[in-house]
Design a binder for this molecule. Sequence first.
Ligand SMILES: Nc1ncnc2c1ncn2[C@@H]1O[C@H](COP(=O)(O)OP(=O)(O)OP(=O)(O)O)[C@@H](O)[C@H]1O
Length: 344
Amino acid sequence: MSKIDLVNISKTFDNKKILDNINFTVKEGELVSLLGPSGCGKSTTLKIIAGIIKPEDGDILFNDKSVINIPVEKRGAIIVFQDYLLFPHMTVEENISFGLKMAKVKKEKRIEKVKELLELVHLNGYEKKYPSELSGGQKQRVAIARALAVDPKVLLLDEPFSNLDINLRDTMREFVSNIQRKLKITTILVTHDKEEALMMSDKIAVMLNGKIKQFATPYEVYTNPASKEVADFFGEKNYIDGKINNSHFVTEFGNIPIYSRTSSNLHAMIRPEDVKIFPREYNNGPVGKIIKKKFAGEKIYYDIKIKDKVIKCSTDSINKFDIDSQVCICVDLEKAILYEKTEE
Ligand SMILES: Nc1ncnc2c1ncn2[C@@H]1O[C@H](COP(=O)(O)OP(=O)(O)OP(=O)(O)O)[C@@H](O)[C@H]1O
């Protein structure tokens, strides 16, 4: 297993800068997610790490040694693509042992390794099946076993769950997490799914427009986005206006202390789960009317109109309120983050 460093990586396609000075480190045995919207450069980054694409600037280090001039087949970084790319004319065991055969590993050793991997991915008994006889989840497990067969220095997963239905996706996320932790294999996961990145990663690299905007733990990225741009990408939020007075940002929901001031043109970002909602008669905060309600199993999402502003709130589904009902809200301002206003 390796520590991976991306050092000042840049890449241009058709005169357009796709990757702009990318830097981050994946420690040995860590799972780092590369998270960002479609087209921001995630897959290109993965292909550069694997050696499929060469950057025009920068370096890739595996355990502090440059691998930039090492060709893809010798580099030891294996990509599992979202469409698995299994060989359709080969059985499960032939697919898994393909890389070992290429590496001229002896037959007995190959058989032993395939057996071990089939056990790891819970596919014992499937060795003689062809990919067309497998479900999506099973195909993906074969693809992972095939990647692991060659003992890669780093496992690169390119949107591995996006072709799976939602229930299987959860199962496979957990399955891959367990294998990754068990083998302690350095892994980079490309995803545009925030929840997936939050659940699976040791660290998240948030990528927007070819740049890494934040590199931190899931908790840090979610609770303390490095910029308004990251906060906007990362889930629902409210922006609350206010005025600065005596080192405080004064809002209609209460005051937020300002520790270091960079601008006077601020607003406070607050997540929907940090807005509490109470029946009108509690009378312990600003009053508004529920104008939208979305039931999502464990949670209910409300839009509450207070004067001319709409505040988003999410609660567990025990707290039920009807559309048009009057409620009062309490904003947990300790969780608020002040950002400079940008042009919308
Ligand atoms: N070989 C190429 N030649 C020209 N442009 C390319 C090439 N590969 C990627 N691009 C462009 O680079 C940009 C980033 O592509 P990339 O596949 O890295 O994005 P992504 O973040 O992985 O997107 P998605 O989530 O949709 O897969 C896109 O605008 C894409 O069109």
